[in-house]
Design a protein around this ligand. Structure first.
Ligand SMILES: Cc1ncc(COP(=O)(O)O)c(C=O)c1O
Length: 508
């Protein structure tokens, strides 16, 4: 049986009005509910619950106590909005509209409704009695998920729903006020004058390189230095523009592109560097920018995993001549679909990218370039605006989890990430190294702990780049054999972090 339940008004009031002692079954129910990860409540019930609670409560308690109790009560639940669409032909709607609205909310999340109302039990196929609920087998220990995206977005549910409603009812879905506002807010967050919303992180990188071609700063056949151990998107952006990626071995401690290896890889055809802030840790941007200045190179940061990271007070995305961001749902700042952006200090570049992403048009029905359609849409921009103000708090939580791992993981076969404990790493991923990686991953899976590998095959060993398959990049290949990403995120409970630490330390 799925772990999803929504409680009816009568049970909510038992909890709120301290009527749990009245029946041992209700007390038992409350104890069992508390062990569930989520208990749902329909917004359609709230006014009734509030009305009765405050009316009854006033008889015995002062209003400030009632307010406090109400806030504590709400914290126990995840509120589910009542859908706007009503099926007036539904027999339950005709018999009991209140029950119909509760059922409609429960259906949104696939939950059963626990109720004491016998008429509701008879009328709804989604309602269960307290006895039925208590007779269900107790769920075995929950597994530790690698990333709980539902919990991450649930934390912003009311804001996201409001933003969705606003966009829905605005009648304006492409290139409107939401995108404009998000671009301004994200540019301010990164400390750059310009931000251009695009459809995804890959397009952010591809369109920037393309724009530099249109501006005469780069041309086909130019060499671009890129870390060999990156996600393939960084390399795809280069080859899509018919430029030549020069795969550079990383710094073995940070896994980021190594400035000394950059210097070894330079030649007269090298025109740009594409450093990737891998796993959320910033590359050595100060050294990279010095090299770029000395050799007249452009720098495009791949900041897809590093929103909010900074070195010397300067954020990822504001060091290079431009930066590409991804707002893929699993990223530290994630949309509810695909989305991306470019940040830059260069107005001409910003205008060129904007035109290229809009069919090459800088002015309605006039096309300067043979462009593409790659735009951030109003819905994703509005949703991102809800989450952006909470990004720093989420990063702090990720760093706190990382600190727990760094202090708690003591297994001698494990190499922890190199982190100074500062803001240069926002822990999009917590990646350790272990020579027995595959055995460790299987062992953790056996314990119900989900881990992932970022990434199992480096770009030069992919079929997509068959001509490079024979290339030897020993450090990159070794890293790909040894890395393992542990559960990480802003909502991961401490108990789960301890479970991972304990499980991992006991590995043999
Ligand atoms: C380092 C890096 N660059 C670029 C991208 C591409 O971003 P998107 O998935 O939004 O296209 C990703 C996404 O996974 C990434 O991790």
């Amino acid at each position: 049986m799925e772990n999803k339940f929504l409680i009816d008004v009568n049970i909510a009031l038992d909890i709120l009005l301290d009527r749990l002692d009245a029946s041992p079954r209700t007390y038992e129910l409350f104890q069992r509910l508390k062990s569930l990860p989520t208990i749902y409540l329909s917004t359609s019930q709230l006014h009734t619950i509030a009305f009765i609670f405050f009316k009854e409560g006033k008889k015995s308690r002062p209003s400030y106590i009632l307010q406090k109790e109400w806030q504590l009560f709400l914290k126990l639940f995840t509120l589910i909005k009542t859908p706007a669409c009503l099926d007036t032909n539904d027999p339950l709607f005709q018999r009991d509209t209140g029950a119909y609205l509760i059922e409609a909310s429960a259906k949104v999340v696939g939950a059963k409704i626990i109720t004491r109302d016998t008429a509701f039990l008879r009328a709804s196929g989604h309602a269960v009695s307290i006895d039925d609920f208590l007779s269900l087998p107790v769920q075995k220990e929950k597994n530790v998920a690698f990333l709980d995206l539902k919990a991450i977005n649930q934390a912003h549910a009311s804001g996201l729903e409001r933003a969705f409603d606003e966009v829905l009812h605005s009648g304006w879905y492409i290139q409107g006020q939401q995108v404009k506002a998000f671009e301004t807010e994200f540019a301010a967050y990164c400390g750059t004058p310009f931000c251009i919303g695009v459809a995804n992180g890959l397009d952010a990188l591809t369109l920037t390189l393309r724009a530099w071609k249109e501006m005469g700063r780069l041309k086909e056949g130019d060499k671009i230095l890129v870390p060999a151990n990156t996600y393939i998107a960084s390399v795809l952006a280069i080859t899509e523009n018919r430029m030549i990626p020069v795969l550079v071995e990383p710094d073995p401690a940070t896994f980021n592109i190594s400035p000394s290896e950059i210097l070894k890889s330079l030649d007269s055809k090298t025109k740009a560097i594409l450093p990737v802030h891998l796993y959320g840790q910033m590359a050595d941007m100060s050294a990279i920018m010095d090299i770029a200045k000395k050799h007249d190179l452009l720098v495009l940061e791949d900041a897809a995993q590093a929103h909010g990271a900074f070195i010397c007070g300067k954020k990822a995305g504001s060091w290079g001549h431009a930066a590409g961001f991804s707002f893929y749902p699993g990223k530290n700042l994630g949309a509810l679909g695909d989305a991306g952006a470019v940040t830059t200090l260069d107005e001409e570049l910003a205008l060129t990218i904007r035109a290229l992403g809009n069919y090459g048009s800088h002015k309605k029905y006039e096309n300067l370039y043979q462009g593409v359609n790659s735009r951030l849409d109003e819905m994703q921009a509005a949703l991102l605006r809800v989450k952006l103000p909470h990004l720093d708090r989420d990063i702090e939580k990720r760093q706190a989890v990382a600190r727990q791992y760094m202090e708690g993981l003591t297994h001698p076969d494990i190499l922890l990430p190199a982190w100074k404990g500062d803001a240069s790493h926002v822990f999009h991923l917590f990646v350790l190294r272990c020579r027995k990686r595959d055995a460790l991953q299987a062992y953790l899976a056996e314990k119900g702990i989900q881990t992932l590998i970022h990434y199992p095959i480096p770009p030069h060993r992919q079929n997509a780049y068959g001509a490079w398959n024979g290339m030897e990049l020993p450090l990159t290949e070794q890293i790909h054999k040894e890395v393992l990403s542990l559960p990480m995120g802003p909502t991961i409970p401490d108990a789960e972090v301890f479970e991972v630490i304990k499980g991992l330390n006991e590995f043999n």
